[in-house]
Design a protein around this ligand. Structure first.
Ligand code: ADP
Length: 307
C-alpha cells in the first residue's frame, strides 16, 4: 500500500443557487488536488488530507464529506476552540466574485504542533502542499512547517509544491517571495504559473520562472501557462515543451491548477512517463474548466484517467 497526502486548508463553500438560496460545498486548493487524486489512483494508493478543524458541527460535516469521498482524515487535528474557514461565491452579470471568512480558521494553526505535523507526514510516499498552505501560517511557523516537510523528504517522501499566489494572504510581497522560495527549497516538484511569476518576479518568459525554481533544488518543474504550452523540466532529462490542450468553451477556470497538479502527480504515482503524466494533467485541467465549480466529477473519465 502506498500513500498520498495533501496538506492545507479546506473551506466551506457557499455558492448562489438562485432565490437567495446558497448551496454548501467543501473546497480548497490542496483539498481539490486530493479529491482528484482519489478518483485517479488505484485502491493500492491511500489518499489522505491533513489540516486542522474545530470540533463544531460544520467541522464534523467537512470530515464526513471527505470520508464519504474516500479521503482518509485520520491525520486531521481537531481544535476545540476553532472552526473552519468559509467563502461565498456571488455572481453578478455572469462574473464570479469571492468573499472570505477565514480569520478564525483552525488551519492557520497547522504549524504549532510539530509532533502532530511529523506524525501526519510520516509514512506518506507523496506529499502535496501549496503557497496557500504556507501563507495562512504565522511567519515563524512557516519555517517549522517546511522543516517537518524536509524531514519527511529525508525519509523518502516525494514533496510537491503548487506556488498558488494569493497576495492578500501574505504580509507583504517580500514575505510572499521569501515564502515561495522556502517552499520550493523544501520540494522535489514545483508547479508555478507563468502569469503569476510575471507579476511577482517580473519574468519575461517561462524559462526565467523555470530557472528560479531549478536553482532552488527541485528535480521537476512544470511552468503552466493557462491556455498556452507547458514548459516541463526534469533534472535528468532537461526541458521540453508540451503543446496546450485546445478548449473551445471555457466555463469556469476554478481548480485548473489544482486538477493539473493531481493529473501530474497521479500519473507519476502510477508509474507513467513524465510526458504522459503531463499530458494527462493538461487533459484533466482542460476538462475541469469546461465544468462549473472546483470539483467536476465527470472530468476524470472524460480525460480518460480513471484507475
Ligand atoms: P493556475 O490555475 O495554477 O494559475 P493555469 O491557469 O496556468 O494554472 O492553468 C493550469 C492548467 O490548466 C494549464 O496548464 C492548462 O493545462 C489548463 N488550462 C487552464 N486554462 C486553460 C485554457 N483556457 N485552455 C486550455 N487549458 C487550460
Amino acid at each position: 500500500m502506498s500513500a498520498f497526502l495533501a496538506i492545507g486548508e479546506c473551506m466551506v463553500e457557499l455558492s448562489e443557487a438562485g432565490d437567495g438560496l446558497y448551496r454548501r460545498g467543501f473546497a480548497g486548493d490542496t483539498f481539490n488536488t486530493a479529491w482528484y487524486m482519489r478518483r485517479m489512483l488505484p485502491e493500492s494508493w491511500g489518499v489522505g488530507y491533513a489540516t486542522c478543524v474545530g470540533e463544531d458541527a460544520i467541522s464534523h460535516e467537512m470530515l464526513a464529506y471527505m470520508e464519504g469521498e474516500r479521503i482518509d482524515t485520520s491525520a486531521v487535528r481537531r481544535l476545540p476552540d476553532a472552526t473552519v474557514g468559509l467563502y461565498m461565491i456571488s455572481i453578478e452579470d455572469g462574473e464570479r466574485s469571492f468573499s472570505y471568512w477565514r480569520g478564525q480558521s483552525a488551519a492557520k494553526r497547522m504549524g504549532q504542533d510539530l509532533k502532530w505535523l511529523d506524525a501526519a507526514l510520516k509514512g506518506r510516499d507523496m506529499i502535496h502542499f501549496s503557497a496557500i498552505t504556507l501563507a495562512i501560517l504565522p511567519p515563524k511557523e512557516r519555517e517549522y512547517f517546511c522543516g517537518a516537510l524536509a524531514r519527511a523528504r529525508a525519509r523518502g517522501a516525494i514533496v510537491a509544491f503548487d506556488t498558488n499566489l494569493r497576495p492578500k494572504l501574505w504580509e507583504s510581497p517580500e514575505a510572499m517571495r521569501a515564502g515561495l522560495m522556502m517552499g520550493a527549497r523544501t520540494s522535489d516538484i514545483v508547479l508555478p504559473s507563468f502569469d503569476e511569476e510575471q507579476v511577482l518576479f517580473g519574468d519575461e518568459d517561462p524559462e526565467q520562472s523555470l530557472e528560479r525554481y531549478r536553482t532552488q533544488g527541485a528535480d521537476l518543474v512544470a511552468v503552466k501557462q493557462g491556455p498556452g504550452d507547458l514548459l516541463l523540466w526534469q533534472r535528468d532529462s532537461g526541458a521540453r515543451v508540451i503543446p496546450a490542450t485546445k478548449v473551445e468553451t471555457v466555463v469556469d477556470t476554478t481548480a485548473a491548477g489544482d486538477s493539473f497538479a493531481a493529473g501530474l502527480l497521479a500519473g507519476l504515482a502510477r508509474g507513467k512517463t513524465l510526458e504522459d503524466s503531463a499530458r494527462g494533467a493538461m487533459a484533466l485541467a482542460g476538462q475541469v474548466i469546461q465544468g462549473r465549480g472546483a470539483l467536476v466529477a465527470e472530468a476524470v473519465s472524460k480525460a480518460g484517467l480513471e484507475p
